[in-house]
Design a protein around this ligand. Sequence first.
Ligand code: SF4
Ligand code: SF4
Length: 212
Amino acid sequence: MSKINHTAQQETVDSGPSTERQLIGDRGNHLLDRIEGETGANISACYQCERCTNACPASYYMDIKPHQVIRYVQLGWHENLMRSSTIWVCLSCEMCTTYCPNEVDVAGVINHLRNTAAHSSIPPKERHLAVFHQTFLEQLQRFGRVNELWLMNAFNRKPHILKEKIKNGTLKKEIRLGYALWRKGKLHFIPRRSKAIKEIKEVYRRKRGEVF
Ligand code: SF4
Ligand code: SF4
């Protein structure tokens, strides 16, 4: 993840659509209406106070800050959002939603955008995080819950992931962390299937992965 200094006034993204398309908005009000309808978030109520961004523990790593995400949706700048690092960097911790004085569900909006991007043909800006997100959803479909050991095993078997981890030294750290967790009894070798697996699969099928 890289730090990109993106101020509230700098509302353009290098790799985004042309200025003309940005001014018009990719889909005009349709994007705002659609996302409000699908998430139930009252995006129109946002008055850009930036409290969501100030509360966000990951905003330092985001190229479009949480309050800007909401503004971009209002303006219909869908493609910028699909190409951003923000949708992959977000931790879904919901601090932004909690601190919003207008009860705008910022975390829900970002989660919705991430799921849309996961099923689009636009290459993700944060490839590793996108692959991890996809692996997480696959595991959820398989067991109805996530077993950390199986999740990391499946993630490491995705193309290029293990090779890159060996190269940058993160594999060693993960093995050490895994061993520490195992010694404390926090890792389970056999995953347990959720009793609600059928319902979870059905939700996943209907929503194309939008299970959160
Ligand atoms: S805290 Fe709420 S009102 Fe303020 S900028 Fe964020 S979404 Fe908008
Ligand atoms: S849910 Fe995402 S955007 Fe909101 S505070 Fe957490 S990391 Fe930041």
